[in-house]
Design a protein around this ligand. Structure first.
Ligand code: NAD
Ligand code: ZN
Length: 666
């Protein structure tokens, strides 16, 4: 195929994708895949010089739907030029500097050294608000940058959008409407109709004539730009200040930097932190701070020359679901795991994804052979967001298993999960229980890894945890990969694990719903294991964080004859539990919630968490109005910003270290 044909084909394909994305709010491919096609087109256009006015590279995407009133923007709205690498960013900086220098050579009113404001690139739907006489007159989508769709009623469902402001002159204010990820999760739990992704969920909500539906999605919005000739801002920062004073929601993250190195340092930080945010961001927008420089640099057909969007690696992809396998966990839960056509996720090949439970499969209409959207955040196993097309031909239903794939026992239906009730001899259950017992935060038996446990089960017929205490040198030395040293080390660590704190043991035996924290509470209250075994539900509920269900779980666990016998045998192996004494822990931090952020020199996060919990406090992963104190190390990011915003007490530097030392001294 010659290049011209290839260009035409790409244009056609991209136009189709644009239509599904911008007009229908239901994309056919992930952004990463779209960007690849787009970049290919740009490259071919550059190579051949054939650039049609109609090419998607030459215009802002998004046609208006008939069902909406057309809205003509007073000032044009633009897209953003993109940098996918530091090299691209450097090129942009060079260009901006060249443009500034050439301006300065021919003008007396010299432009200042470049400074940049960094903001999140919010991944939602652009909204343009028109204010006149201090009142919100109209709200519209961006559309193609010249004409958008009027969506005033829809935008007014966003509680934070001010209906009145103090400034009386005519203003157009741009921001991005977003559906918080927590809201997306809530919505999908509560509704039959499943939203696949927060970006399309926000766009679909605002471009919906039924404002009841818009309201149900609890959107939020962040604002970042004003187009006007009536106000005289000198810098981007001044403009943001103005927005803030007028009660627009502006994101607490915006940072003024001067050098390329500073920009890179921020990008590195944000690429990590954004994963903790409750909104989607697909990059950082880097804008020249000085407004006069912005004006001097101007615009292309499609974007400002004075700003650029640095895009992060895509987190979403599409691929085909090939099969579903069912795994059995420690408590007998049988959960589905999707086998995918391998897909390259910025360097990592992904071939599996979680599917939570059978309800999840049904709700998301996932079938064998479905083309699915998957999302990978942090390092966790990717999840399946939904299918591209519910009515895709050639797919087949995923059957719900009736018998355990491992032990063939008939499965029972739990609340949400299917359960294999054979806790005695179902291999994966046993293996997971033993692995949990031996894990670092439980009995901490070094060397007793999943792999070794599997080996012991298979070759020595170990089928309950107490049997490990009977192992001797001769048993182990004959196993594959076991030399004298490894054998002795494992025997030593098994011996050593016989003496542990009571709370570790309570955690290790795997009572349903009893995590580390509850185990500690139980140990503190009941002092020794016997008291706990004979506790009744009323006594258990006296503990703050234990509700009726957990209390019931605990009582049932100890009443179970098989469990009780196994525990008796286990204890008879010479396990000595350090009973909790009153002065062993303090309740100094009772009812206080802490958040840890940044790197704290000489301390591991887990250890700090331990210290706080030992003293009765709680540690949470995110800052909210329920946070009492934020412990702040180096390179702290958005959590710190949020803490300052909410006026939450922050311990850092000396104060932080004094506090930790005091706790350690307890
Ligand atoms: N999956 C698909 O099929 C498909 C199809 C079309 C487009 N897309 C996605 O959309 C992108 C192109 O869309 P686009 O042209 O709207 O550009 P864009 O979304 O990449 O960037 C421009 C937009 O960013 C917004 N923005 C967010 N935060 C901002 C901030 N702090 N300051 C300024 N602007 C901010 C503005 O609304 C602006 O219009 C593609 O790269 C792709 O990721 C995907
Ligand atoms: Zn089973």
């Amino acid at each position: 195929m010659d290049k011209k044909e290839e260009i035409n084909e790409l244009i056609e394909k991209i136009e189709e994708l644009n239509y599904h994305y911008y007009t229908l709010d239901a994309p056919l491919v992930s952004d990463g895949e779209y960007d690849k096609l787009y970049d290919k087109l740009k490259k071919l256009e550059k190579e051949t010089g054939i650039i049609s006015n109609n090419s998607p590279t030459q215009k802002v995407g998004g046609e208006v739907l008939e069902k909406f009133q057309k809205h003509f923007h007073i000032s044009r709205l633009y897209s953003q030029d993109k940098a996918q690498s530091y090299e691209d960013l450097n090129d942009w900086l060079d260009r901006a500097n060249r443009l500034r220098n050439s301006y300065n050579q021919s003008h007396d009113d010299m432009l200042p050294e470049l400074e940049f404001v960094l903001e999140y690139k919010f991944d939602g739907l652009t909204v343009n608000l028109t204010y006149e006489d201090g009142k919100l007159k109209k709200a519209s989508t961006r559309g193609n940058g010249i004409v958008g769709e009027e969506i005033s009623a829809q935008v007014k469902t966003i509680k934070s959008v001010p209906l009145e402001i103090r400034e009386k002159s005519l203003l157009e204010i741009q921001g991005e409407a977003l559906m918080p990820l927590s809201e997306l999760e809530r919505y999908n739990k509560e509704n039959e109709f499943q939203l696949k992704n927060a970006r399309n969920a926000a766009a679909g909500a605002l471009r919906n004539l039924d404002t009841k539906e818009t309201r149900k999605r609890n959107l939020t919005a962040y604002f970042y730009n004003i187009s006007t000739n009536n106000l005289d801002f000198k810098t981007e920062e001044e403009m943001l200040d103005f927005l803030k004073k007028e009660n627009f929601n502006i994101h607490p993250y915006h940072k003024l930097v001067k050098t390329y190195d500073e920009i890179i340092a921020e990008l590195e930080k944000i690429s990590e932190e954004r994963k903790d945010l409750d909104i989607l961001t697909d990059g950082v927008v880097i804008k020249i701070n000085d407004i006069r420089t912005q004006e001097a640099l101007g615009y292309t057909n499609k974007f400002p020359r004075w700003s650029i969007a640095f895009k992060f690696e895509a987190e979403e992809y599409t691929t085909t679901l090939l099969d579903v396998v069912w795994n059995v966990g420690r408590t007998g839960k049988v959960t589905p795991s999707a086998i995918l056509e391998p897909v390259d996720f910025s360097g990592v090949t992904v071939s599996r994804a979680t599917l939570n439970n059978y309800d999840d499969i049904e709700r998301k209409h996932v079938k064998i052979g479905s083309k699915v959207f998957i999302r990978r955040s942090n390092d966790v196993i990717p999840e399946i967001l939904g299918v591209v097309d519910q009515n895709q031909p050639g797919t087949s239903k995923i059957e719900k298993p009736s018998h355990c794939p491992y032990c063939n026992t008939e499965l029972i239906e739990g609340n949400v999960h299917i359960i294999c009730p054979n806790s005695i001899s179902c291999t994966p259950q046993l293996l997971a229980r033993m692995e949990h017992y031996a894990s670092r935060n439980a009995m901490d038996i070094e060397g007793l890894s999943e792999k070794t446990i599997a080996q012991l089960m298979e070759e020595l017929n170990i089928d309950d945890i107490y049997e490990i205490y009977d192992l001797d040198y001769d048993d182990l030395i004959k196993l594959d990969r076991f030399g004298p040293k490894k054998t002795q080390n494992l025997l030593d660590s098994i011996q050593e694990s016989k003496r542990r704190d009571l709370n570790r043991f309570i955690y290790a035996i795997g009572i349903p719903n009893v995590g580390e924290r509850t185990a500690r509470d139980l140990a503190n209250k009941f002092k020794n294991f016997d008291n706990l075994r004979h506790a009744n539900a009323d006594q258990l509920i006296e503990i703050d964080d234990i509700g009726e269900i957990t209390a019931e779980n605990i009582v049932e666990f100890f009443e179970d004859e098989k469990i009780s016998n196994a525990l008796d045998i286990l204890l008879s192996k010479g396990i000595i539990l350090n009973e909790v004494e009153d002065d062993n822990s303090s309740n100094e931090l009772e009812n206080k919630t802490f958040v840890i952020t940044g790197t704290i020199e000489n301390y591991k996060r887990d250890d700090i968490k331990d210290l706080i919990e030992k003293n009765g406090g709680k540690v949470s992963g995110s800052v909210s109005k329920n946070t009492d104190i934020v412990l702040c190390g180096q390179n702290a990011g958005s959590k710190l910003t949020k803490a300052r915003e909410l006026n939450i007490e922050v311990y850092e530097d000396d104060k932080l270290f004094n506090f930790l030392e005091q706790l350690e001294g307890k």
